[in-house]
Design a protein around this ligand. Structure first.
Ligand code: UDP
Length: 404
């Protein structure tokens, strides 16, 4: 037996969507990169996702052996909160597609709880093993930030999946432990598999050249990369900048889009104005991933002030570009960033501590360079190819133990 063909269920996160704004972020990147890397190992991957207006066609080739299949799962006007009701229709559409095409899969891998609901049922119908990666979980998010509200069904579905899926994939020890503690998960059935980074894309560029391209001169440059939403903790970055004494000038580049719905961009701009640091902030908006290495390479420090990150791809991308990271000591960031080696991990919500760490790096070129080198070296071990090999081993293990 071997694993030749895998179905990914990525109900609301199309791997072809441009990340960095609204709901499109790390999960979309993860699904696209993991599918591509599995394709590179000779495993065919069909990614099933809900139809959306930007989809170029019903089936899109997304690289060697990878197809993205867009199927009905609620109209364009359905908000995230209403999507749960459309899962049965999406499940039927996937099952019909498979039976029309005569397709079966050696494993089903779901991404996020709603996909898990679909994947669990599809896998049982096909007699295939089911692996689920949650990406984020309701109870962990709610613990990380007071005021996070969640769709009513989410916790229950997550609990069922933790109990019923053949394999649960966790990005970090923190996530695995939380699954056990908060959801009563069985640690034996949870496998740790961190995310990866595209090492061919995220490479250090000459800092001076990168700065020139961004119109920067000799300023100290702090960088944030991520969707503008409250969980990203951008207010902490503004407070941090306000604590600092920039000396010969400082710029804070905020890369990532604001979907306008949450009003986070506006809230952060207002805060920067109130704290009198708006002049040093540059809200760049969403940037294509192909351009991001220029930003990471131009920066002295990348700041990741999130309330919570299940992994934190932006931190790893920065490290791959040789730029140290100062991040909240939460979730997957505690695994990605090595405190004192590749950057600093700081207690949550503490601008003084963030400012001290950033200033420490900015004040010593030797420290910045050695952290940058260590960061780049660490990222070298975290390619998507590695992640795909690990995931393939998981599928094979589950296939071997699965009743056919
Ligand atoms: N990203 C991007 N353009 C932007 C901002 C972000 O392509 O303007 C990408 C970034 O490269 C990263 C992903 O979006 O791969 C964000 O992932 P992360 O894990 O940092 O955060 P999440 O979106 O999962 O909360």
């Amino acid at each position: 037996m071997s694993v030749n063909r895998v179905a990914f269920i990525s109900f609301h996160a199309c791997p072809l969507a441009a990340p960095g704004v609204g709901k499109a972020g790390g999960m979309n990147v993860y699904v696209r990169q993991l599918a591509a890397a599995l394709g590179g190992l000779g495993v065919a991957v069909d990614v099933f996702t809900r139809k959306h207006p930007d989809a170029a066609s019903f089936i899109e080739e997304a690289g060697p052996l990878v197809r993205v299949v867009h199927l009905p799962g609620g109209g364009d006007d359905v908000a995230m909160e209403g999507l749960f009701d459309h899962l049965p229709c999406f499940l039927d559409a996937v099952a019909d597609f498979c039976s029309d095409e005569g397709l079966t899969y050696d494993a089903v891998h779901s991404h996020y709880w709603m996909s898990g609901w679909v994947g669990q049922r599809l896998a049982r119908r096909m007699g295939a093993p089911h692996a689920v990666t949650f990406h984020t979980m309701a109870l962990i998010k709610m613990q990380a930030r007071a005021g996070e509200s969640e769709i009513q069904e989410r916790q229950q579905v997550e609990r069922e999946l933790i109990a019923d899926a053949d394999r649960v994939v966790a990005f970090s020890p923190h996530e695995r432990d939380s699954m056990v503690r908060l959801y009563g998960g069985d640690a034996e059935r949870i496998t740790l598999a961190p995310c990866g980074v595209d090492l061919s894309r995220f490479q250090p560029l000459e800092r001076s050249e990168a700065r020139l391209r961004l119109g920067l001169n000799g300023e100290k440059v702090l960088l944030f990369v991520g969707r503008m939403e409250e969980l990203k903790g951008l207010d902490l970055l503004v407070h941090t900048a306000a604590q600092m004494e920039p000396g010969d000038g400082m710029r804070v580049l905020v890369v990532g889009g604001d979907d306008g719905k949450q009003g986070e961009g506006e809230r952060i701009r207002r805060l920067a104005h109130d704290l009198k640091v708006e002049d040093i902030f540059d809200f760049v908006g969403r940037v294509d991933q192909a351009e991001l290495p220029v930003y990471y390479s131009a920066a002295d420090v990348c700041v990741v002030p999130s309330f919570y990150e299940s992994f934190g791809l932006a931190a790893l991308e920065s490290m791959a570009c040789g730029t140290p990271v100062v991040a909240s000591r939460v979730g997957g960031l505690s695994t990605v960033v090595q405190h004192g080696r590749t950057g600093y991990l700081k207690s949550w919500r503490c601008p003084e501590a963030f400012a001290n760490s950033v200033e420490m790096i900015l004040s010593s070129k030797a420290l910045q360079d050695s952290m940058g080198d260590a960061a780049r070296l660490r990222a070298q071990d975290m390619s998507w190819e590695r992640v795909a090999e690990r995931m393939l081993a998981i599928y094979e293990h589950e296939q071997a133990g699965h009743p056919q």
